[in-house]
Design a protein around this ligand. Structure first.
Ligand SMILES: [Zn+2]
Length: 174
């Protein structure tokens, strides 16, 4: 196929597409241009069969996009990608956790310690619910959690005692 033939072909395909778009949008005259991914998603109108040259073409399924006109050098690309505004900022507000040693943000809770404590608290809550046997049997006194080899102090004599069958973790203080 010669170049002029190909250009005519493309022009005809575009005219065809514009006509179909206008029919689908309900315009008799041509409205503003619209880019759509392929004409096969448009409804097939009754007049499309008696239009001139309705043979299927491989150009019908192509979505025409803008393409760069000149190659950008690798220096330009890397200057854009590695511009200081695009890089991740260096953090200076990180310190080791005094309890577990993992790195954490300053002035915030340590996530590792928080997870351990919340898991231990969930275990204690589960044990308490088993002890009570229901949501309405909660005693009116406070609860004290005692680990192995621990005895209640004088102030905790009258409170309800929850005993855990393990050694007290070094990071768990109540
Ligand atoms: Zn920690």
């Amino acid at each position: 196929m010669s170049l002029s033939g190909l250009l005519q072909y493309v022009g005809r395909s575009l005219q065809h597409l514009e006509l179909r778009l206008a029919q689908a949008a309900g315009f008799d005259s041509f409205g503003p241009a619209l880019a759509v991914n392929g004409p096969q998603i448009l409804p097939q109108s009754l007049h499309s069969s008696d239009e001139e040259n309705s043979e299927p073409s491989f150009l019908d399924s192509i979505f025409w996009m803008a393409a760069p006109k000149k190659r950008r050098t690798i220096e330009v690309n890397r200057c854009r990608r590695r511009h200081p505004n695009k890089l991740i900022k260096v953090k200076y507000n990180i310190e080791p956790c005094p309890s577990c040693g993992n790195m954490k943000l300053k002035h915030t809770l340590c996530g590792f310690c928080y997870e351990k404590v919340s898991k231990e608290t969930a275990m204690i809550r589960k044990q308490i619910s088993v002890m009570e046997g229901g949501p309405l049997n909660t005693p009116a006194v406070e609860s004290v959690v005692l680990y192995e080899n621990e005895t209640p102090s004088e102030a905790d004599k009258d409170k309800r005692i929850v005993e855990r069958n393990r050694k007290r973790p070094y990071w768990f203080n109540m």
